[in-house]
Design a protein around this ligand. Structure first.
Ligand code: GLN
Length: 343
């Protein structure tokens, strides 16, 4: 990794030993600068080339529309702080954002109601359970526990301050559009497919209401949640959205301050403990970046202060995380040394 003035870490450590200061001290005094653009482009291209032939996994089929999305689609992108986006493959294909939406509506509610309300009314712990678990709600006396599972995400939607469903929806899609740096819209076909088959989520919404953890009409919250999952985004958009979180809440392309920098760490904390559901521990163990997946095949990851990463490929593993997107992001993280625990 290139640090500070463009010297490599090895050079700095050598310089430190010549000056008889400890390597640890030398590192502590140096600000880590983003890797140069050429290395980012290479890492993205290499990740795409490396996994282009991987066919493991299976499209989500409990939402009929998603079963028909071509499984061969594969895109990788990285958003840099100066607004550049390195990309490879099908980065312009409009996929369904699905659960990645949960991250941005959490950011909105944090901004409107603050971290304490989020902890009390939603919870900020890991469930260790599948994203649509009813047992997770029952085990916790109705508290959703995490804003990044379906129960918590519907409760999050219900916390958005609004006098009408329209106002609530406009705030949600408006907020997500600011993260992306362009006006996003719903893929109506995805919405219909999902709304026609979302009995399970409706059941969860009613259950939350019965326990007092749903803060508006449960069917309205479920419907708006279904809509936010049906928002169409490209892999390029996802990289910029992740890049906004990496960049202290400032969209690297539009330069708009979308979220207070103080609210970025709480958002990332949730991605780090629940972003890939019951496989989040494995993800953090092997990759080490806060991330969030969606059953549309998208995945975002955030290297704070450095890069926003995104990848997309429809075939999923058993937990509902894109197989190829995970591999591609892991490859970029390793090539650029972005694991947050590596210091
Ligand atoms: N809309 C999907 C659902 O509610 C989102 C799930 C996901 O992406 N993990 O089941």
């Amino acid at each position: 990794m290139t640090i500070g003035t463009g010297l490599s870490r090895r050079h700095l450590l050598r310089a430190a030993s010549a000056l008889a200061i400890t390597p640890a001290l030398a590192q502590a005094r140096v600000c880590v600068a983003p890797p140069d653009a050429g290395r980012v482009t290479k890492a993205v291209n290499d990740a795409h080339a490396r996994f282009a032939g991987l066919t493991e996994g299976k499209n989500a089929d409990y939402i009929p529309y998603l079963a028909g999305v071509p499984s061969a689609l594969f895109g990788v992108a990285a958003s840099e702080p100066d607004g550049a986006v390195a990309e490879a493959g099908d980065v312009g294909y409009a996929l369904a954002i699905e659960s990645i939406a949960k991250v941005f509506t959490l950011a909105l509610v944090l901004r409107e109601s603050g971290p304490e309300a989020v902890q009390q009314k939603l919870g900020t712990n890991a469930t260790g359970l599948p994203f649509n678990s009813v047992m997770g709600v029952e085990l916790n006396h109705g508290k959703p526990i995490s804003p990044l599972v379906n129960a918590g995400a519907m409760a999050t939607v219900s916390l958005v301050q609004a006098a009408s469903p329209e106002e609530r929806w406009n705030k949600i899609i408006g907020n997500m559009s600011r993260f992306a740096g362009r006006t996003l819209t719903v893929n109506e076909e995805v919405y219909k497919s999902e709304a026609d088959t979302n009995e399970h989520n409706r059941g969860i919404a009613m259950l939350l209401k019965s326990y007092g953890f749903m803060y508006t009409d449960p069917m309205e919250a479920c419907d708006i949640y279904t809509r936010e999952c049906s928002i169409a985004v490209t892999t390029h958009d996802l990289a910029v959205m992740a890049g906004t979180l990496a960049n202290g809440g400032i969209n690297p392309v539009t330069k708009e301050a979308v979220i207070d920098p103080a609210l970025v760490p709480p958002v990332l904390s949730q991605m780090a403990i629940e972003g890939l559901y019951e496989n989040t521990g494995d993800w953090m163990f092997t990759v080490g970046l806060p991330a969030k997946s969606g059953v549309g095949g998208g995945l975002i990851a955030v290297a704070p202060g450095v890069l926003g990463l995104a990848a997309f490929s429809p075939p999923l593993d058993a937990a509902g995380n894109s197989v190829r997107a995970q591999k591609a992001v892991q490859s970029v993280v390793q090539a650029l040394g972005l694991n947050i625990y590596a210091g």
